[in-house]
Design a protein. Structure first.
Length: 256
């Protein structure tokens, strides 16, 4: 079973941040619904229209639904769709209650599940993803919702993409990616070091960026933070049955 190397990139006004709000990663807990026992899950979201108070709650909100995934039996796409609907309903309910204040929250979202060598991917809103292999780079985006994210329409369409991946394949994810990022931007990236890929990602993008880079490596079904440039490697690894990392503590209730 492969591992996932995870690299986060968070630039704000040109300053690099240590953490990336809106990111949740999980490996299967000890007890899962049938069919979830081999699934590694990565979720990245970005709230639109949120003030600082709401922005700080995004990880709590996201983690609630990420945990939910492992307790839903059935196919990967069925469980992911259930998760998307729960997130969308949370925002719809919140926006209805706050309608008189004129403050509407929406969210862009990417969900990734790796089950052995099979990758499942869903983008909602402005989120885009790229999968880079030896001979091609394929871009994935939301073509079903006209760029509208969560919290706008109860009838949200989810389009899932699947493909087989292998060692050294890369997945690049951003909920609000730079316009200059195209498939050719990442051509040949699977043969580059993590540092070289990081430099390419931030080249000519401006002062702000939130993105995640995932690399498929041999392993035992873990997700581990990988070093980038001057950053030290994280010592945290998530194995089957372990709790999520500190960015993704389990909440008691929705913050909305």
């Amino acid at each position: 079973m492969p591992d996932l190397q995870l690299i986060t990139i968070h630039l704000e006004n040109g300053v690099e941040k240590d953490s990336l709000p809106g990111l949740a990663t999980l490996t299967p807990p000890k007890r899962t619904a049938r069919g979830r026992e081999n699934d590694m899950l990565v979720a990245l979201t970005c709230l639109n229209g949120a003030d600082d108070a709401y922005a700080q709650k995004v990880n709590v909100w996201l983690q609630k639904s990420v945990d939910r995934y492992y307790h839903i039996a059935g196919t990967v796409t069925f469980a992911l769709k259930n998760m998307v609907e729960a997130l969308n309903n949370d925002l719809m309910d919140r926006n209805l209650k706050q309608a008189k204040n004129g403050m509407r929250l929406t969210a862009d979202l990417t969900l990734i599940v790796l089950r052995r060598e099979s990758l499942f991917l869903c983008n909602i809103g402005k989120a885009r993803s790229w999968i880079c292999s030896d001979n091609e780079t394929v871009e994935y985006s939301d073509s079903e919702n006209q760029g509208r994210g969560l919290g706008i329409n109860q009838m949200l369409n989810c389009r899932f993409s699947t493909r087989e991946v292998k060692e050294n394949d890369l997945i690049i994810v951003s909920c609000q990616p730079p316009e200059i990022w195209k498939p050719e931007t990442f051509s040949g990236c699977s043969a580059l070091s993590n540092d070289a890929i990081g430099r390419r990602l931030v080249n000519q993008i401006g002062p702000d960026l939130k993105a995640v880079l995932l690399r498929i490596v041999p392993g035992k079904g873990m997700i581990a933070q990988a070093p980038l440039n001057h950053r030290p490697a994280s010592t945290d690894k998530q194995e089957a049955g372990e709790t999520p990392d500190k960015q993704s503590e389990r909440p008691a209730a929705s913050p909305f």
